[in-house]
Design a protein around this ligand. Structure first.
Ligand SMILES: Nc1ncnc2c1ncn2[C@@H]1O[C@H](COP(=O)(O)OP(=O)(O)OP(=O)(O)O)[C@@H](O)[C@H]1O
Ligand SMILES: [Mg+2]
Length: 436
């Protein structure tokens, strides 16, 4: 069958390799794709905006596409799955990604918190406020302990969450948010308790009733080493997360995954796609055990976690997606490569603030032992590979352990360069310290 994958980042390149690698896939179209997906066997980029649903419809009809896999959250929160379900000539197209209602798990932090409360899913204590409750919000904030966590309700491209140490500054920022600092996204603000712990990402593929828990991963959002500086789209990831052992994952499944899938079905929300639970593993002072709490839900795979997770999936992902659409996920097994994966992102100097595009990239063809996933690249008229974004490309390696996979990625990554490129040299180091 012909398949359409929506998106253009490193996540989509990693997914494209697995989807196009399936013998169930004839041609994989990627909208809009990048210079990396353009070179995957059986793949063709189509220059279409992921938010232009009418244009996506044309691609599907003109190319007899039977399945659509949605990479990023914006088209999902925008209702692309509902658009397909509502069109007579698209209704039978298998769409992997939730409808507008299910996508609220990511599209609205307040919706997600009320959902977790309703279904007794562990998360930080919180209250939500709108501008007419600014006074009440300020009082509530003063009852909490520092650091103060303020979240814009709507999508804010990963920039809508502020963690502030001083109450005074938090009060100021809260007022600014309610007055529209993040536009409509902060017309409502979630104020929640700070959770002290270690973060990890858990990915679930669900058909709305059954689910598969994919390999765990951890990503590194900050630009600076030691998790310092501004938040980015992600500077690297590793998989698996060693402390997410059998006992911990049992808690994750019982307290979070099963209640989430059950909760969606109880609320009458159809959901076929990925659920990405951003978790905080908090050590219980009494028992010394780690307990999982949900920091947030995303309704798509993470980036750059996908670049570590998808290379470890050995099942036929197209078969998994078919069962997801048909509601028969319990009838297929998920198999995973037991080797570990490590992904290190290379970015343009100055990212996430001001950076320059169009720099010539050299050395990618010399990388033999690892995978190179493109995030922001293009081809020059002479065919040379050029930087075309803040996050440019990442190097992912598989090996017998996370430390070994990291070593391999850094060795291979050293072959690649362009003027003013930057990468963090400490991806995964925090976990390595915990392992000692
Ligand atoms: N309650 C909390 N306690 C401690 N840290 C928190 C809390 N909530 C959020 N954070 C931190 O802020 C980061 C961003 O928060 P969150 O994941 O909710 O926002 P987001 O903008 O949706 O992020 P993403 O772009 O990863 O989807 C988290 O990865 C975590 O590091
Ligand atoms: Mg999020």
């Amino acid at each position: 069958m012909n398949i359409l994958l929506i998106g253009s980042g490193g996540r989509e390149h990693a997914m494209a390799c697995r989807i196009a690698g399936s013998n169930r896939c004839s041609t994989l179209f990627v909208a809009p794709g990048n210079a990396g997906t353009a070179h995957v066997d059986g793949c063709r980029n189509v220059n279409v905006d992921p938010m232009d649903f009418e244009a996506l419809r044309q691609v599907v009809l003109e190319n007899d596409v039977k399945m659509v896999v949605v990479g990023p959250e914006a088209p999902l929160v925008g209702g692309v799955a509902d658009y397909f379900a509502a069109s007579a000539d698209l209704r039978d197209v298998m769409v992997i990604g939730p409808g507008r209602e299910g996508a609220q798990l990511e599209g609205s932090k307040d919706f997600a918190k009320r959902f977790m409360q309703r279904h007794n899913i562990p998360t930080a204590a919180y209250r939500s406020f709108t501008a007419d409750q600014a006074q009440e919000a300020a009082v509530f904030l003063s009852t909490l302990k520092a650091p103060y966590v303020l979240k814009a309700d709507g999508l804010a491209a990963g920039k809508g969450v502020l963690i502030i140490d001083s109450l005074e500054e938090a009060q100021r920022e809260l007022r600014a948010m309610l007055q529209g600092k993040f536009g409509q996204a902060s017309a409502k603000v979630v104020v929640e308790q700070y959770l002290e712990g270690v973060e990890l990402s858990v990915f679930v593929l669900t058909d709305g009733k059954h689910y598969k828990i994919l390999p765990t991963a951890k990503d590194y959002k900050r630009i600076g080493e030691g998790d310092t500086g501004l938040n980015t789209g992600g500077m690297g990831s590793v998989s698996p997360v060693h402390f997410a052992d059998k006992r911990f994952m049992q808690k994750v499944e019982e307290r979070i995954v099963a209640p989430t899938v059950r909760g969606l079905s109880r609320d009458g929300i159809g959901y076929k796609g990925f659920i990405f639970a951003g978790l905080m593993a908090v050590t219980d002072k009494a028992t010394g055990e780690m307990d999982p709490y949900v920091i947030e839900y995303n309704v798509r795979m993470g980036d750059p976690e996908t670049e570590s997770v998808f290379p470890r999936i050995t099942s036929d992902v197209v078969e998994l997606f078919e069962h997801t659409w048909r509601g028969t996920l319990h009838q297929v097994d998920l198999t995973v490569d037991q080797r570990a994966a490590a992904c290190v992102m290379m970015v343009a100097g100055g990212y996430p603030e001001h950076y320059v595009k169009g720099k010539q990239i050299t050395g990618v063809e010399d990388v033999k032992e690892s995978m190179v996933f493109h995030a922001g690249t293009s081809r020059g008229t002479d065919g040379s590979l050029l930087t075309a974004g803040g996050r440019v490309l990442c190097v992912t390696s598989l090996s017998e352990s996370v430390p070994a996979a990291l070593l391999k990625s850094y060795q291979e990554l050293a072959k690649i360069s362009w003027e003013d490129c930057y990468f963090r040299r400490d991806i995964g180091q925090d976990l390595l310290k915990m392992m000692i």
